[in-house]
Design a protein around this ligand. Sequence first.
Ligand SMILES: Cc1cc2nc3c(=O)[nH]c(=O)nc-3n(C[C@H](O)[C@H](O)[C@H](O)COP(=O)(O)O)c2cc1C
Length: 454
Amino acid sequence: MGETKRQLHLGAFIYGVGHHIAAWRYPLTDSLGLFTFEFYKQFAQTAERGKFDMIFIEDIPALPEQLETAIQYTVPVRAEPLTLLSTLASVTSHIGLAGTVSTTYSEPFHVARKFASLDHLSRGRAAWNAVTTSMEITSQNFGQDHHLDHAIRYERAQEFVEVVTSLWDSWEDGALRIDKATGLFADPDKVNAIRHQGKYFSVQGPLSIPRTPQGRPVLVQAGSSETGQDFAAKTAEVVFTAWQTLEEAQAFYSSLKGRLGKYGRKRDHLKVLPGVLPVIGSTEQEAREKEAYLQELVLPEVGLSMVSRTLRIDLSSYPLDRPVPDLPDATSINGGKSRYQLLVDMARRDKLTIRQLVARVTGARGHKTIHGTPEQIADHLESWFTNGGCDGFNIMPPYLPGGLEEFVDHVIPILQKRGLYRTEYSGTTLRDHLGLEIPGNKFQQERHKQQQAN
Ligand SMILES: Cc1cc2nc3c(=O)[nH]c(=O)nc-3n(C[C@H](O)[C@H](O)[C@H](O)COP(=O)(O)O)c2cc1C
């Protein structure tokens, strides 16, 4: 029998009413749908119709620094991820449900409990995107006078994830007995306190929820800096990232996969999914016009403010048609390092003026935008996938609901015809879709080791 062909993994990334910064002004966007259950239900069910591995919702528990511009001209409001994903679990049956929670602005017990609940209630479809939060102003919403340093945020994140996974393992497989005849509900020998005493957290455990259908919800990570990559190599099973060129994506892919061995992990234990914003037309010309129209809807001050925020410099005092001023490397940056570096590299590499840089990144916030016919979009995805750039993509529809529907109706069938994508789900859990094994339970493994030693 021949080897099964490697297939793409796809996430459907929810972001406001669409990823393009001007999405809410686009005539085909359901801007009034934001915060209605029907809007998200349609999104999730369309993605499930397209056999996506998962839907994904990002989160920052704060509004941006340039509050006035953000509120006046963009869509900075978001539903809380766990609340949203719980409602979507009830109107879908297979698709994975990935949500973001910050390790800098929450507590491990809460996070372990919420995702374990979602995993049970969705029958094995939960994933946690563990982020360190790049937006410095967030500290002001949590009684802290400053945003922790980048290195400290990652150190805390590492310990945070260790505590969460221990809590998920605190109930061993088979701990639940539910034996009506004897009256035994659970076996106390198989429920473990975790007794964690660390630098940032002190957690006794056990969790108030038994081991979940996936063993543990899937762990996602989305930082791409050196420290972010090490964190991901040690713990993550899916990595979201942003790259402009295939060469950059390949370098990241091999750098990240190359780190896995250090932690005793195999290359396919972690899936790398860069973001892509597809602008689809029935002809290339139509797609180009659509993209140009979306760009026309971006007010100049909006683009400038967004790029200024990422680069941490007020660009409004510089002439728009002069080159982007010299900027330091990311070492001095305390927010998100990789997105900052991506913009600096792009400006340097392509010798961009401020106006050109703003035009390039306002659409997809530094993610790759591709416009074209469904065939051309499929060609692009195939090329990155087969040339060592990724294991799949996080699809970022420019406007909703149409942007996702077009992808599902026109691009997915081409990928399926090429054998690059599933035509049916072969399992029911997110781990099944991603080809990830159920992780061993650390308490069971320790017990097993002890028994062998005795
Ligand atoms: C697809 C994608 C989604 C992300 N979602 C979030 C998010 O929801 N919340 C957040 O604070 N950061 C998010 N990030 C940013 C990273 O998690 C991270 O905070 C940032 O890149 C800084 O880490 P770094 O310095 O290691 O790059 C996302 C990044 C990517 C590529």
